[in-house]
Every structure is written in C-alpha cells, then in structure tokens.
Design a protein around this ligand. Structure first.
Ligand code: UD1
Length: 395
C-alpha cells in the first residue's frame, strides 16, 4: 500500500498570547510518543523576544523549539508587519505548506496570513470572527483582514459566527470549535497551582484569615491582579495617570499585584509615573505592587487565587470566566461578549466611579459568578486538528 502523504502544516506564533494558543495545537498535531498527524514547521516571528515574554512561555508550555525564528523585534505597525512579511515569504515559498495556521489578532497573525494567501497557500485562522467594532484598535484591523484571507475559520463563541456571516464569509468555512486558550488553562492549572508565586509575592496571610485556598492549610491574603498594556490605556500620560490613581484607591483596601508589560513599564518611566506604584513591599502592605512580566504558570496561579482581576487584555477576560473569578475590564468594548453575557466579566472602561463601585461590589461578596461557555472544555485543539486534517485530505 502506498503510504498516505502527511499534510504539511506551518504553525505561526509571534507574541505572548499566541504561545498559549499554539501549545495545544502543536501537541495535537505531533502527540508526544505517538505518530505525528502532519509534518509541522513552527515559525516564531520574533515579535516578542524578551525571555519573560517568549522563551519562558515555550519552556513552561512544553512547546517545541521553533524551527525558524524570523527575529523581527519591535517597531511601528507598518515596519513590524512589513518586516514579518518580507522574512516570512521565502519560508513559505521554500517549505510549501498545505496550510498556514495563524492564531489570535496580533501583527504577526495578519502579516503571515497575507503572505500565505498571496502565495496561494490556504490559511487557517484560530480565534476567528471576534469583533470589538472599534477600528481604532490595531487588533480589530488585524482580525478583519486575517478573516478575509482565511479558508478555515475556527471560532470560539457564537458571536464570532454571527459576525463572519454578516461579513459574507461562506458558511462552509466557519467552524465553531471552542477555545484553545482554555485548552491550555485546563491542562496546566494543576501544575500552576504548585508554583511558589504566592510566597514569592508575599501574599501568604495567616491560616484563619479570609481569602481563597492556597493549598492545604494555607491561605492567600485577598488581593487583586492587574494587567495593563493597550495603547489606548497606556500610551497617553493623562489616561495612564488617571488609571493609576483609581488603582491606588483600590489598593487602599487590598494589594493590587501588577506584572507590567514592557511597553507599560517604559511608558511609566517616560511619563514620570513610576513613583505611583511600589516595587517593594512587605506582607502586610497595600497599594499597587508592580513586578516584571511573569511566567504563564505563575500568572495562572495568581489569577486562580485572586479576589478579582483588573485587565485590558482579551485572553484574560476568557480565562477569568473559566476560573469563576470576577474580572473588571478596563475597556469600553470587548470582542469577547460571551464573557460578559455568560461569564464573570464586567466592562468598566476608564470611569473612575464605576471601577471603584464594581470593586466594592466584589469585595462585598456580590461579584459575578458566571458559567463556562459551551465548548470551552479543553478539547478545542483536538476538534480543530480533526477538521483540518479532514479538510486537507479532501482537497
Ligand atoms: C502585542 C499585540 C497585542 C497583544 C500583546 C500581548 C499587536 C498589534 N499587538 O502588543 O494585541 O495583546 O502583544 O502582549 O500585535 N517589548 C519588549 N519586549 C518584548 C516585546 C515587546 O520590550 O519581548 C516592548 C517594546 O518596547 C515594544 C513594545 O513592548 O515596542 C510593544 O510590543 P509590540 O509587540 O509592538 O506590541 P504589544 O504592545 O506587545
């Protein structure tokens, strides 16, 4: 019998949230200890390059070393996107994949999708269809353009399917499969909960105090967890200063742990705002506690133990929904409406009063509990790979 030729799948990752999404896809395509379903080429664009933003994620998530790193680094949108395209094109032309798989909504996503489609290579987009309807967000443009190029659109929530239909995408290209970021969460949470991050952050209170469980006989002190990196929140001094003021108000009641994105750290220095956060603290202190970016496992552990989360990230809105931890999203809109409708998410924008009021509600025990959306069951990557292999075998 002539052996069937394996499909050639090129997987792209560029920025921190991408790594969390490709981990389960890579594992499904090449299950450890079993025969691979496909020939896989893993390409890292190098959009994120610091160890704490990249290498640490590969290591903790067990992602194989990238076969190729395009090492594009930072730059303006045009420069970064263009540079990725220039460096990615010869890779596709030479390796001749049957499909290029891109995830999420970062510049690497759109750049690689555009290269592939122009070379006549099929594109699969994982996390398709999400729309914030805010065209000032760079990610919204990336989402619209990537979906317009894609042949297979893998969607996390029903709003995504509706958006794609409205944009005239053919029904047979759309697959509602669930959420690969939640696949990673479910498989790594037990490992994450063995991390020492609560001790390292000096969050261990006494064993009789309030707070969530931090392992047998231990309790973490109540704390809030914060992330902030959207250009709309951190690129203007006045806006960032106002946000830090309100976060300090919350910080009077419980410590606000803030692993800061490099862009946010740089802006705080540049705007002279660094003194508004603490960089060292004692176990009984309050305030906003800023640290360098931390690993996936440590962040997952903190998230699962937090009293509530404040964020402008997309993925964290989804992760808190699955963990049942209330999330206050510091944005006016979300491309992930299911986290508000069914999950624990509340959009609070930059409205000081609203942020403080919502935090008080949570501290009074009236935070949203929510439920886990359908198909966010840890098996999205399995569904995606099955569909992809079937589709490729047909064509
Ligand atoms: C990118 C994504 C955003 C995603 C975020 C997650 C786009 C348009 N934006 O935003 O959707 O939510 O990643 O983190 O793709 N920097 C470093 N080290 C790094 C990476 C970045 O110091 O490893 C600094 C650089 O100063 C750089 C800045 O962070 O200029 C911004 O990085 P960039 O990749 O352009 O965008 P992000 O803000 O990270």
């Amino acid at each position: 019998m002539i052996p069937l030729k394996k499909p050639r799948v090129l997987l792209v990752a560029g920025a921190r949230p991408n790594f969390v999404k490709i981990a389960p896809l890579a594992a499904q395509l090449r299950p450890p200890g079993r025969e691979a379903h496909a020939d896989v080429l893993l390409v890292h664009t190098g959009q994120h390059y610091d160890d704490a933003m990249s290498a640490l994620f590969f290591e903790q998530l067990g992602i194989p070393r990238p076969d190729i790193n395009l090492e594009v680094g930072s730059g303006s949108h045009g420069k970064q996107t263009g540079e990725i395209m220039v460096r990615f094109e010869p890779v596709v032309a030479e390796w001749k994949p049957d499909v290029v798989v891109v995830v999420g909504d970062v510049n690497s996503t759109v750049a690689c999708a555009l290269v592939a489609v122009k070379l006549g290579v099929r594109v699969a987009h994982v996390e398709a269809g999400l729309r914030s309807f805010d065209r000032t967000m760079p990610e919204e443009i990336n989402r619209l353009l990537t979906d317009a190029t894609a042949d297979y659109l893998f969607v996390t929530e029903p709003s995504g399917v509706r958006n794609l239909r409205r944009e005239g995408i053919a029904e047979e290209k759309i697959f509602l499969v669930g959420n690969v970021m939640i696949d990673s969460l479910r498989s790594f949470l037990p490992v994450a909960q063995r991390s020492n991050v609560l001790q390292e952050m000096r969050l261990m209170g006494d064993s009789t105090g309030p707070g969530r469980s931090a392992g047998p006989g231990k309790r973490a002190r109540p704390f809030a967890l914060l992330t902030l990196h959207r250009p709309s929140n951190v690129d203007e001094k006045e806006k960032l200063a106002r946000l830090l003021d309100v976060l300090n108000l919350i910080g009077r009641q419980l410590p606000v742990i803030f692993p800061a994105h490099p862009r946010t750290q740089q802006n705080m220095e540049r705007f002279g705002l660094a003194a508004r956060v603490r960089t060292d603290w004692g176990p009984g202190d309050c305030g906003v506690w800023m640290t360098a970016p931390i690993g996936y496992l440590e962040f997952l552990h903190l998230m699962s133990e937090a009293t509530f989360v404040l964020t402008d990230s997309g993925g964290i809105q989804e992760e808190t929904t699955v963990l049942g931890v209330p999330c206050l999203t510091l944005r006016e809109n979300t491309e992930r409406p299911i986290t508000v409708e069914e999950g624990t998410n509340t959009l609070v924008g930059r409205d000081m009063d609203r942020i403080v009021r919502c935090a008080q509600e949570i501290l009074a025990g009236r935070g949203k509990r929510g439920r886990v959306p359908q198909l966010w069951d840890g098996r999205a990557a399995e569904r995606i790979v099955n569909i992809l292999l079937e589709q490729l075998a047909r064509s």
